[in-house]
Design a protein around this ligand. Structure first.
Ligand SMILES: [Cu+2]
Length: 202
């Protein structure tokens, strides 16, 4: 018999997976990478993705204080990830006075509302998980979002929905995807190396 394997023109039935050196390196460190695809941005912000451990645990504080600056009458970044209970910093690098008004999106309760002169900074510790709407009353076009989570495993998807969260301690988690007004939850068992959750839809 001939042609048992490798016939010209015959596609291999089981192609080798693409090399994933990032996953290999993570596995060597005992860490996980969680990747998948959230719903694509439909005009609004790209999706926000947060992994929370199924059994709550304390995480070490962030290595660096997260900062939201005001530059050219724009909040920078437009989406700031902060850790609940850990300090965050706000700055005004413009040559005009701004104020910063933040409100918890779910409860509509004000977090803080301060005037911030040129060159000044303001530190604040968000005490509740969730989304905070950020605005400046002097410049109504200015807006931003603060995302507060106890878990450090939070990220914003790309406009097409692709997301990746690295450095995850393996274990059982709840993956929550916030896409426009939708909130999608899914259990994820994170292993060392890459855990691909595929397309996350409700
Ligand atoms: Cu302003």
């Amino acid at each position: 018999m001939v042609g048992l394997a490798g016939c010209a023109g015959e596609a291999p039935s089981d192609p080798l997976p693409a090399a994933d050196s990032a996953a290999d390196a993570a596995a060597a460190r005992g860490e996980g990478i969680v990747s998948g695809t959230a719903p694509a941005a439909a005009g609004g912000l790209p999706a926000i993705v947060i992994l929370e451990p199924t059994t709550p645990r304390d995480f070490p504080p962030p290595a660096a204080v997260p900062v939201m600056d005001q530059v050219s009458q724009t909040f920078t970044p437009a989406v700031l990830f902060v850790r609940t209970g850990q300090v965050a910093e706000f700055r005004n690098s413009d040559d005009v006075l701004h104020n910063i008004r933040t409100r918890h999106d779910e409860t509509k309760e004000s977090a803080f509302n301060i005037a911030l002169p040129t060159g000044q900074t303001f530190e604040y510790t968000f005490l509740n998980d969730g989304f905070y709407d950020v605005g400046c009353d002097i410049h109504p076009a200015m807006s931003a979002v603060v995302v507060a989570s106890r878990s450090p495993y939070a990220a914003q998807a790309a406009a097409d929905g692709a997301f990746e969260i690295a450095g995850v301690t393996p274990g059982d988690y709840t993956l929550t995807v916030y896409a426009d007004v939708r909130k999608i939850e899914r259990p994820v068992a994170v292993k060392a190396g890459r855990t691909a959750v595929g397309t996350v839809t409700d």
